[in-house]
Design a binder for this molecule. Structure first.
Ligand SMILES: [Zn+2]
Length: 74
């Protein structure tokens, strides 16, 4: 899709709605990027039978995010 917009740092994190951090665009933090990634992965593996309402996106609490530092991606 051609949805090109000049990013002037006025974005919002789709996960928690906080201001976007340039480093983690389009998210506000590595944590939210990770949440989105796991969401996406789950969606890719488990395709829901019913049509779900994807209109209202609500922030999903990360499962257990306190203990593990997580794998270091590039
Ligand atoms: Zn966020």
């Amino acid at each position: 899709m051609a949805d090109i917009k000049p990013t002037s740092g006025g974005g919002k994190c789709p996960i928690c709605g906080r201001p976007t951090e340039l480093k983690y665009r389009p998210f506000c933090s590595h944590r939210c990027a990770d949440v989105d990634l796991s969401r996406w992965l789950r969606g890719a593996y488990a395709i829901p039978d019913e049509a779900e309402d994807e209109d209202g996106e609500r922030p999903e609490p990360a499962a257990d995010d306190d203990a593990e530092p997580g794998p270091d991606r590039h």
